[in-house]
Ligand binder design. Sequence first.
Ligand SMILES: [Zn+2]
Length: 100
Amino acid sequence: MSTGEAAPFDATGCLTEAGVTACREAPPGRAPAEIAAHVASCMRCQQRLLETDAPHRTPDGRRRKARPLAPSLGKTLLLAALTLGAMLVALLTLRQLAGR
Ligand SMILES: [Zn+2]
């Protein structure tokens, strides 16, 4: 029953390699409807698509961190200051509530 063209879905209903490739090579929003519908409802295939999208796959299966840019120092400091401020406010509120 080989038709030459690989089926997009395997026996479990998930995408085959051919299905993943078809979805990846389609222009954004133009993936075959049946494939898009399945991917939209299946975390496993979403994950596979994302992993296949990675430009450099390591052969040993380890996933590279998908973080193209480190957060800037300024943003980190601002976030830390905001967090500390929020904690201080919470602590002061607690003390006021407990002190009465
Ligand atoms: Zn699936």
